[in-house]
Design a protein around this ligand. Structure first.
Ligand SMILES: CC(C)(COP(=O)(O)OP(=O)(O)OC[C@H]1O[C@@H](n2cnc3c(N)ncnc32)[C@H](O)[C@@H]1OP(=O)(O)O)[C@@H](O)C(=O)NCCC(=O)NCCS
Length: 129
């Protein structure tokens, strides 16, 4: 079997100081998670890499409430004027969620491949006033 050599590194000069990972809790129970990269891909953008609410807890307003807290954290940095999220086209069902939170679809998209899934990543952004 051929072994592939892989290397990993932080994106574009980012360090772990710019990566924020959160658990989302209902009381003591963790019901979701989120992660943000500060200053990516541009210095004034916060990239929301993931917002995930466990299935039994979806559609109860938890995603909206968690996002509001994440946005407060981002605002408190004083460094970012927009939040960006990539939605995989095969997961287009969640687009209304982001639009309800004030995100707008951009013209930017890029090919996405994960295992046998070949799709596109579509970017949404929300300006922070
Ligand atoms: C997308 C996700 C985070 C939404 O979280 P949630 O807790 O279910 O959403 P909320 O209950 O807070 O919904 C907020 C609003 O968005 C709407 N909404 C949520 N999911 C929706 C969906 N799939 N389709 C349409 N509207 C949706 C709700 O109806 C609600 O609208 P309202 O305020 O007018 O009543 C959650 O479904 C999830 O974790 N999905 C799997 C992971 C995922 O796809 N994450 C996003 C990657 S881009």
């Amino acid at each position: 079997m051929r072994t592939r050599r892989a290397s990993i590194r932080y994106a574009d000069g980012k360090t772990y100081d710019d990566k924020f990972v959160f658990g989302i809790f209902l009381g003591n129970q963790m019901v979701g998670c989120a992660d943000i990269i500060r200053g990516y891909p541009g210095p004034t953008t916060a990239l929301l890499g993931l917002l995930l609410i466990a299935e039994p807890f979806q559609r109860r307003g938890i995603g909206r409430a968690a996002y509001a807290e994440l946005e407060n954290r981002i605002r408190a940095w004083g460094a970012c004027d927009r939040v960006r999220i990539g939605v995989i086209e095969t997961n287009a069902a969640v687009m209304p969620f982001w639009q309800k939170l004030g995100f707008e679809r951009t013209w930017q998209r890029r090919p996405y491949r994960y295992g046998s899934v070949a799709s596109e990543c579509i970017y949404f952004e929300k300006p922070l006033q």
